[in-house]
Design a protein around this ligand. Structure first.
Ligand SMILES: [Cu+2]
Length: 151
């Protein structure tokens, strides 16, 4: 019994080490950031009229806060949420779609018609980033946006 307790304590200690070295947590200096409720932000990829645009096409985030960015696609065609520089400037906790959670760095999300995905992340670096849909012709047709991260 003593050995099991010892192992348990070592595992707990290692978990604490991992958490304390996490970039997002180190950046904010707050260990309970992940327990904070995420700020809900929604963006629609296209619309029911099949217009090639993001609604809204301007998103604002504050570095160090936790967000749940809800992506929806109410159109009849597939769209991408492509923002590579933005993705490099955030720490992604997970992307949740249906019953699947994807963890780790995400650079691009594709939404099929009628799909919804939740991207949970913490912005780390302030700046202005470009958002676009990388389906052929969509960026050119105006399916672009701007993401601003402030301190
Ligand atoms: Cu598109």
């Amino acid at each position: 019994m003593k050995t099991i307790k010892g192992i348990y304590i070592i595992v707990l200690f290692m978990l604490c080490l991992i958490v304390s070295h996490h970039p997002a947590l180190a950046a904010t200096g707050s260990g309970d950031l992940l327990k904070q409720p995420a700020v809900e932000v929604s963006v629609s990829l296209g619309n029911a009229a099949n217009e090639l645009k993001f609604e809204p096409n301007s998103l604002e985030f504050v570095a160090g806060k936790r967000y749940n960015l809800r992506l929806t696609n109410p159109s009849q065609m597939k769209h991408y949420f492509t923002a590579k520089d933005f993705a490099d400037a955030i720490w992604t906790q997970k992307v949740e779609a249906g019953k699947v959670e994807i963890k780790g760095a995400i650079h691009e999300v594709e939404l099929k018609p009628g799909a919804t995905a939740d991207w949970v992340f913490v912005p780390l670096k302030s700046g202005k980033y470009t958002l676009r849909c990388s389906v052929a012709g969509h960026t050119e047709a105006g399916m672009t946006g701007e993401i601003t991260v402030t301190n």
